[in-house]
Design a protein around this ligand. Structure first.
Ligand code: NAD
Length: 417
């Protein structure tokens, strides 16, 4: 019998939804609908490999809820991904899209595979076959996938092309595409930019002067490196960063340009000159104003939460804080901007990409960034207001905000027939 956190992933999200529905008097029918998934598709399909052999792969597409609009969520390629994990990630997307008030529901998809073991040709054949298998489920007004762990803009382009071949030209069927085939300007940096905006709003709220704030960032990939560069341009001092191999620390601030050049050259920030070597565990406990976990899940746990010295934690990663750690951080007065808010910049700009595709029109980057700025600011304000009114932490307030919007939408739409 399995008891691991990952294998109970959907149960964990569902329990949280259940608890908050009960606390906020959300209707019984709404609670019942949100504690299960609306539609689930499991596919098994053959792919011809480069050596002539045929392998059979399994994949999923799950829609958790679409009361507020077409379902939205990424496609993950990972060897260990399970249906349960996909259900949990789909439910988190329902909450995330509602927190930032984009007119979407929540979905997620996956193929059990290791993309690093596949040639470019194998990856394309696998992607096109998976796209054709889930084509009955997705569509610009039904369910709109996006990239996630192990997938890329190129994978999105193949899915768009496969779907368009079957149904007619449909760039709005998927987001996170390359610019040349309907992608949006600003999409690549969107999650890091949204995280920067939420960190600065949190600093203002907590009375931290952003122009002098010290920042530690775990993870130096798309989200971590982008948020580092953007916060540095705001005058913040990036004192520590890390990747899967370890971290570097300089209390006077790191030379980000040099760091990025080294990362490109060696694939890691480790060994950067004029900085002290630290471990990922040490980075999380550094004295700093803002800590940004932007790598993987379950980094702030019961064992290290009390040692966090940051005044603010802005969750760039998904689920970097366990529920037990969350309680400790709240009790210690650490202001946590939860993942469903702090890393929602990606889904916001995905929404803007979809709007541009539907209008058959392209906006410039300043326009995209302007919308992102105002949507993140409004969402942060909404959640902060609930947090103050209900005297709850920002994560509970974000879930309350989302569930309130979902309940209102469900009540307004009523039942068919
Ligand atoms: P990425 O693969 O570009 O970067 C991940 C970084 O984390 C890398 O620097 C990697 O070395 C580091 N890392 C991996 N394992 C680590 C470990 N055990 N300890 C420390 N560092 C480790 O990924 P990304 O797109 O930047 O995503 C980072 C997080 O943000 C993930 O949780 C992802 O789900 C979340 N997220 C990303 C987006 C997006 O648009 N990219 C949107 C929402 C949420």
């Amino acid at each position: 019998m399995s008891t691991s956190v990952e294998e109970q992933a959907f149960e964990n999200v569902s329990r949280l939804i259940n608890d908050i529905c009960e606390r906020t008097n959300v209707s019984e029918i709404c609670r019942l609908r949100l504690t299960g998934c609306e539609r689930e598709l499991t596919v098994r399909f053959p792919v011809k490999m480069d050596d002539g052999q045929v392998r059979v792969f399994s994949g999923f597409r799950v829609v958790h809820n679409d009361s507020r609009g077409p379902a939205k969520g990424g496609i993950r390629y990972h060897p260990d991904v399970t249906l349960d994990e996909v259900r949990a990630l789909a439910a988190l997307m329902t909450l995330k899209t509602a927190v930032v008030n984009v007119p979407y529901g929540g979905a997620k998809g996956a193929v059990i595979c290791d993309p690093k073991d596949l040639s470019q040709g194998e990856l394309e054949r696998l992607t096109r076959r998976y796209a054709s298998e889930i084509a009955i489920f997705i569509g610009p007004n039904i369910d709109i996938p996006a990239p996630d762990v192990g997938t890329s803009p190129q994978v999105m382009a193949w899915i768009m092309d496969t779907y368009s071949t079957l149904r007619g030209y449909s760039p709005a069927v998927i987001t996170g595409k390359p610019l040349e085939v309907g992608g949006s300007k600003g999409r690549f940096e969107a999650t890091g930019r949204g995280c920067m905006i939420s960190a600065l709003l949190a600093a203002k709220h907590a009375g931290v002067n952003a122009a002098e704030a010290t920042i530690a960032i775990q993870g130096f990939g798309n989200v971590g490196a982008t948020v580092a560069k953007l916060l540095a341009t705001e005058g913040c001092l990036i004192i520590a960063v890390s990747d899967s191999r370890g971290g570097v620390y300089s209390p006077n601030g790191l030379d980000l340009e040099g760091l990025c050049a080294q990362k490109t050259e060696t694939g890691s920030v480790v060994g950067f000159k004029n900085a002290e070597a630290i471990t990922n565990a040490e980075l999380l406990e550094l004295p700093c104003d803002i800590l940004i976990p932007a790598a993987i899940e379950h980094q702030l746990v019961e064992a290290n939460a009390a040692s966090v010295k940051a005044k603010i934690v802005a969750e760039g990663a998904n689920a970097p804080t366990t529920p037990a750690a969350d309680k400790i951080l709240y009790a210690n007065g650490v202001f946590v901007v939860p993942d469903v808010l702090a890393n929602a910049g990606g889904v916001i700009v995905s929404y803007l990409e979809w709007v541009q595709n539907l209008q058959v029109f392209c906006w410039d980057e300043a326009q995209v960034n302007g919308y992102l700025q105002s949507m993140m600011t409004d969402s942060f304000g909404d959640v902060l207001q609930i947090s103050a009114l209900q005297k709850v932490d920002m994560r509970t307030a974000a879930y309350m905000t989302a569930l309130g919007r979902l309940a209102t939408a469900m009540a307004a739409r009523g039942l068919f027939p």
